[in-house]
Design a protein around this ligand. Structure first.
Ligand code: AMP
Ligand code: MG
Length: 495
């Protein structure tokens, strides 16, 4: 039997915060993938696990000892419109544990049947989105970007209805917290300040213990969450990642990427790229993500107002002051990350010029539809002396002369640094991945799994994404952008 050392802190908050519910068993669970490395790191005793045990537990058919299954309550602004009651309509928190360093880890099944919050939904997940979330969240972890992790993926053996009948799946994911901005909004919208405070105290204890030291823990909590989101969104931008559905219910209080729906990595770069079929106005377009981050954090600040000061005017002043830090923090994270990508060391008074230089690279990538990932990786190969080594990057531009012009300015800048080619390349190659989960490759993995129950494409892709910065033998095809007929123009939530 699988042992998970649950201590279920969230359940201690009381019934207002969740609804108790048991997963609904599925007929023929079969394990697709189990994340041994993650299991070990969170203290699951896995050595004597057998596959049947694992698929029974991570399909929800068997509830492990000590679990206290529940669906969390939350609200959310979806595409700017407030929904007072969303909640886990198809996810069930099994419980919380402390990992080997004493940090909290929550374990959740997604796709395991209806809950109190399901509304018209069936509580299930299709296999395709389960595989997508597994691949992309694990890739994000290896790309050093805060994220929920995938612990297991199981095929249910049952069909789910999504326009047509498709195979069902269940993903088990872990997070530092499944509390969302929308969880705060849920209580704030009801004017239930006591519960907002209880939730804030819980989040501080679980995720921001340093904040308790200060005399103003709630203001400092807001500061810390803002910093985490600014850093996270800067990382997304540096990877060409588009979350796709940055509703406030999909924004983690712990600063992790959460709820992988119609997300995607950009191939041919465009500033305003959108993939999600439901994002018709481009609210969650690539270059709008920082603005939306601030918009979402403003909703969090509003929810926390009663905890910030004893009058609303004072609280609004405090909140506004803190929210103003977002743009500065974001710009700082963005610039420092982009400098690494471009091999630029911060030198005195170079912030403005570096920003202009980096933005002008993005501009020519946009006008030349250059592949985002390959451009930065190829830049990491360049030497300070122009030569044949430039061919790789020039070929990515429809008009290579535009790159030449930019490359000249870049060379004038890097020559001022006390770094030789090898040192600079090493720094750049550690942040510019070779392999990302490209949309067409994810699609190929899903097609093989759904159409032929063939998981080999999924497993192979997953394996390559374990080491995104290291060139792997015979894996060149994984770094290639899609052929014209392979291009994915739209992604779907699959809910
Ligand atoms: P999402 O867009 O996946 O973040 O989901 C938004 C809301 O819809 C959340 O409250 C989900 O729990 C709920 N939801 C999404 N899909 C389903 C489903 N198939 N059954 C029940 N609830 C769902
Ligand atoms: Mg969600």
């Amino acid at each position: 039997m699988i042992k998970i050392p649950f201590n279920n802190q969230y359940a201690c908050l009381g019934g207002k915060f969740y609804s108790e519910v048991l997963p609904i068993p599925v007929s023929q669970p079969s394990l697709i993938k189990f994340n041994d490395e993650l299991a070990h790191s969170v203290g699951l005793s896995v050595d004597d696990f057998d596959r049947d045990d694992i698929s029974a537990v991570f399909s929800g058919n068997v509830i492990p000892d000590g679990a206290q299954p529940l669906a969390m309550a939350y609200s959310g602004h979806q595409f700017g419109n407030f929904s007072p009651q969303l909640g886990d309509g198809r996810a069930i928190l099994l419980g919380d544990i402390k990992d080997e360093d004493g940090t909290s880890v929550s374990v959740q099944l997604k796709g395991c049947g209806r809950t109190h919050f399901s509304r018209n939904g069936d509580g299930r997940a299709a296999l395709g989105p389960v595989l997508r979330e597994y691949l992309v969240s694990e890739a994000m972890a290896k790309l050093n970007t805060p994220t929920t992790r995938a612990l297991a993926a199981v095929a249910t053996g049952e069909g789910v209805n999504r326009e047509c009948l498709v195979p069902g799946g269940i993903i088990t994911r872990t997070a530092s917290s499944f509390v969302r901005i929308g969880t705060f909004q849920y209580f704030a919208a009801q004017g239930d300040t006591a519960s907002v405070k209880q939730l804030a105290d819980f989040v501080i204890e679980q995720n921001y213990p340093d904040v308790t030291e200060s005399g103003q823990p709630y203001a400092d909590l807001l500061v810390a969450v803002i910093k985490g989101q600014a850093s996270l969104i800067a990382k997304w931008m540096q990877l060409g990642f588009i979350h796709g559905v940055m509703n406030t219910d999909n924004m983690s209080i712990a600063g992790e990427t959460i709820d992988y729906g119609p997300c995607a990595f950009i191939d041919a770069y465009a500033h305003n790229q959108v993939f999600s079929s439901i994002d018709r106005g481009g609210r969650y377009a690539y270059n709008n993500q920082p603005n939306i981050g601030l918009w979402n954090l403003t909703r969090l600040a509003e929810s926390l107002l009663p905890l910030l000061a004893d009058t609303t005017d004072k609280a609004v002043d405090i909140a506004q002051g803190i929210l103003e830090s977002f743009t500065e923090e974001y710009e700082r994270f963005w610039l420092s990350g982009m400098r690494l990508k471009c091999g630029l060391q911060a030198i005195e008074n170079s912030d403005r010029d570096d920003k202009v230089l980096i933005e002008s690279l993005l501009d020519i990538m946009h006008s030349n539809s250059a592949d985002f990932t390959l451009t930065f990786r190829s830049l990491s190969q360049l030497k300070v002396e122009p030569g044949q080594g430039d061919d790789g990057i020039r070929d990515l531009f429809q008009n290579p002369l535009q790159f030449d012009e930019w490359g000249e300015k870049w060379r004038e800048r890097v020559i001022q640094q006390d770094l030789d080619d090898v040192e600079r390349q090493k720094i750049m190659q550690a942040v510019n991945p070779i392999y990302i989960p490209r949309n067409h490759q994810i699609e190929a993995a899903i097609r093989a799994a759904e159409d032929n129950a063939d998981y080999s494409v999924f497993h192979d892709l997953h394996e390559v994404l374990q080491s995104p910065f290291v060139r792997q033998v015979n894996k060149a095809s994984y770094q290639l952008p899609p052929e014209p007929e392979e291009i994915i123009h739209q992604t779907f939530c699959g809910t």
